[in-house]
Design a protein around this ligand. Structure first.
Ligand code: PGA
Length: 261
């Protein structure tokens, strides 16, 4: 796993947006897996700026979603479909046809999960999957003790995650769904390149356990240790509990491996 320590969230966003732009230049119809939450927003802003400036033509890129709430009415502004269309698809100038995600309002949720895993495979697999990390170490909505081999399926959110996400629902915990569809950890590990961004001190413990702790279902993000090309981009605050921070600084800061790809 490579760990790139950047000064702040904006620098992390810029670095990752450039990696995505480089991928799209190399493979114009790349399938880009995106994540929701606050952390990746600087990535989307930086990538959209590159598109507007003509530095990359993303018109053939395809976007897929990591997870989705179950039970929100179709079109709810906080459904992850709506969020990804608003934050990623539209700013990149793409149409809804370029986007795929699990159907959280399906009557047959189990069938919808299987259909999404199949659709990802039929689309040729995810080229680059962005990830955030929960304060409890989750990736996607794979909460602690998720199977490290899991596929897309329905999960129950922990109270911690519901509290963390209440800010998107007028700080009203009652409005936060209890259930979600999430790509499984095994599904996530199928992507060709995993890029996790974590910023702020609140993520420092989860980052340290992910990078330096044992592989453990208790810290689902530690499954990145199993992937042959996983990159963790952290700001100084999120890096503050890493024992090997100095090693990562002089090894990767100037030249993340993707620059040679
Ligand atoms: P955040 O969410 O970026 O809003 O902190 C990350 C996550 O829960 O995966």
């Amino acid at each position: 796993m490579e760990v790139v320590i950047v000064p702040d969230a904006k620098a992390g966003g810029e670095l990752i947006a450039e990696a995505m732009a480089a991928l799209v230049r190399r493979k114009p119809d790349a399938l880009l897996g995106v994540a929701t939450g606050s952390t990746p927003l600087p990535i989307y802003e930086a990538l959209a700026a590159k598109v507007r400036a003509g530095q990359v033509d993303a018109s053939r890129a395809r976007i897929c979603q990591l997870d989705e709430y179950v039970g929100l009415p179709a079109g709810h502004p906080e459904s992850y479909r709506a969020v990804v269309l608003r934050e990623v698809v539209e700013p990149l100038g793409l149409s809804e046809a370029s986007f795929m995600g699990p159907d959280g309002s399906a009557e047959d949720i189990v069938g919808a999960c299987e259909a999404y895993d199949r659709a990802l495979a039929e689309a040729g697999g995810v080229d680059l999957q962005l990830l955030g990390i929960g304060t409890d170490g989750h990736i996607g909505f794979n909460e602690p003790c998720s199977s490290l081999a899991s596929r897309t399926r329905i999960k129950t959110l922990t109270e911690q995650t519901r509290v963390d996400n209440a800010r998107f629902f007028d700080n009203d915990l009652d409005q936060v769904p209890h259930h979600v569809i999430t790509q499984g950890i095994g599904t996530i590990l199928d992507a060709r390149h995993l890029v996790l961004l974590a910023t702020g001190e609140g993520k420092a413990e989860a980052v340290a356990q992910t990078v330096e702790g044992p592989l453990s279902a208790l810290v689902p993000a530690s499954a990145l240790q199993l992937h042959r090309h996983a990159t963790v981009v952290v700001d100084e605050a999120a890096a503050s509990k890493l024992k090997l921070a100095d090693y990562f600084r002089h090894t990767y800061a100037d030249k993340p491996s993707w620059q040679g790809l």
